[in-house]
Design a protein around this ligand. Structure first.
Ligand code: 5AD
Ligand code: SF4
Length: 473
């Protein structure tokens, strides 16, 4: 803790130094410098990007949507599947040509999960030499210091750590929404699912102290936040490594008691650690949203074992049954991987069968992507591409069909909607979400953004509702 406070002080000093540097540059340039952050991947990265934006704005950078024109472009990368990596290189190609033509002073920084892979950093060093700064997932709190080095040292700065125990609290952040916010409750992952690169790039599981989490949530609530999303790779194992262990369900109860917080979401749960205590808290606490994301990955016991998932199809279906029984109206979503090494037609049929029985409201389906360094990458019997594609299409069709059949169940009822934005197509409408995460559009204006309003769900259109605000008499 002492050490973390000292680090916070150090970073504040670097923010000060960068402020001075930027003021000098502003005089030379005759304008303020701008930044653009491009975020790939999950909610965890989105949250980190808000922290980056907070530091950059404190330093004096102005935000811009123009990726190719910004003075500083920061790519917060993802590497969970190969196509995430390809996307980054696509962006780098584009920004390189604009840097040469439009803004030779443009600075390019890369950070996030992909930068924790030595092979990728080597590629950046040799083929993308115009990149000015590279850092990873463990030293993000050092952004100000890294930028200062980037500005003052002649060579590109590459600073990727293998791991860290440090959790630096209280750095500034800019929130994308005024009324909802992600809150990290833990970092890293210890599960080592055999296909997954996350434990290698995000390091070992570390929980934040419950007191720190609650303090952050209290402060968010006092600035108008109504909905929090508690973030971690495996929230169900929250708190196990703390000096004074706290369970995730205990944490949820404390969060629900924070005045002003009306809705609580969390992401992601691992089925192996989902206990009855958590289902009990969800059933009893109306502030916890009626939506549960429970990644299945595969319905075949044999594949689940090789994936190192520690549950069976039956245990998974039991959890789904329990959740639906104890929490009426809950919507359950999932992640599924198709084409894991050695997956046979029978294994795939088990996945299809699980989907039919679980009846997910929606599902993210992924084609297995080989990640260097993971045990699955070395497994024999990688499934041929055409077979995977054909299975993927069959799964997607089933998932969509069930999703459609399950949708619209709340039609005719009046339900609370947290309004998120003015409708993108129709400025006379606003868009928000129900507790179960379904989107609702209804007539309204900007003044409703961030409000929770009762809405009569009049019509259903597949995956969303059209409604009308119910005003008090
Ligand atoms: N290939 C395909 N999908 C993957 N996921 C994680 N690793 C891989 C991989 N190598 C999926 C899992 C996880 C989600 C975030 O991404 O389904 O739940
Ligand atoms: Fe990856 Fe498994 Fe950890 Fe999720 S639980 S991040 S899939 S290793």
């Amino acid at each position: 803790m002492e050490q973390d406070r000292a680090e916070l002080q150090r970073q504040r000093e670097y923010i000060g130094k960068m402020k001075e540097l930027l003021r000098e540059e502003e005089i030379l340039l005759g304008r303020k410098e701008t930044y653009h952050i491009e975020t790939f991947g999950c909610q965890m990265n989105a949250k980190d990007s808000e922290k980056f934006a907070g530091i950059l704005e404190e330093i004096g950078y102005l935000p811009t949507e123009e990726e190719t024109e910004a003075d500083l472009v920061l790519y917060n990368t993802c590497t969970v599947r190969e196509n995430a990596n390809e996307k980054l290189y696509g962006h780098l190609g584009q920004v390189h040509s604009s840097k040469r033509k439009k803004n030779p002073n443009q600075r390019i920084a890369l950070c996030g999960c992909m930068m924790q892979e030595p092979d990728e950093v080597a590629t950046v060093r040799t083929k993308y030499r115009f990149v000015n700064l590279v850092f990873g997932t463990h030293n993000i709190f050092k952004l100000a210091e890294l930028l200062y080095r980037m500005k003052t040292e002649p060579n590109p700065v590459i600073d990727v750590w293998e791991g860290t125990d440090e959790i630096v609290e209280d750095l500034p952040a800019v929130r994308k929404y005024s009324f909802k916010s992600g809150v990290n409750i833990m970092y890293g992952c210890n599960n080592f699912c055999s296909y997954c690169i996350v434990p290698y790039v995000r390091g070992r599981e570390r929980s934040r102290e419950a007191a720190d989490i609650l303090e952050e949530i209290r402060s968010l609530a006092s600035s108008g936040v109504k909905e929090v999303m508690l973030l971690g790779q495996n929230v169900n194992s929250y708190g196990k490594t703390l000096a004074e262990p706290v369970s995730f369900s205990e944490l949820l109860k404390s969060v629900a008691a924070v005045p002003g917080i009306e809705r609580i979401r969390f992401m992601t749960s691992h089925p192996k650690d989902l206990g009855d205590d958590l289902i009990d808290v969800i059933a009893k606490e109306p502030k916890i949203c009626r939506h549960f994301h429970l990644p299945l990955q595969s319905g075949s016991d044999r594949i689940l074992k090789v994936m190192n998932r520690h549950y069976t199809k039956e245990r998974f279906l039991d959890l789904v049954r329990k959740l639906r029984e104890r929490v009426p109206g809950i919507s359950i979503t999932t992640d599924i991987i198709v084409g894991f090494p050695g997956e046979t037609e029978e294994d795939f049929e088990e996945t299809m069968d699980t989907v039919r029985k679980a009846r997910f409201e929606s599902a993210f389906t992924f084609i297995y992507s080989k990640r260097t360094g993971t045990p699955a990458a070395k497994m024999p019997d990688q499934v041929p591409e055409d077979v995977v594609k054909e299975r993927f299409d069959r799964l997607l069709k089933l998932v969509r069909q069930i999703g459609e059949e399950e949708s619209g169940k709340l039609k005719g009822r009046t339900e609370d909607v947290l309004v998120e934005e003015v409708n993108k197509q129709d400025p006379g409408m606003v868009t928000g979400r129900l507790s179960d995460n379904t989107v609702v559009h209804f007539p309204g204006n900007e003044s409703l953004i961030g409000e929770i309003v009762p809405v009569l769900l009049k019509e259903t259109r597949g995956f969303y509702y059209l409604g009308e605000e119910v005003k008090p008499e």
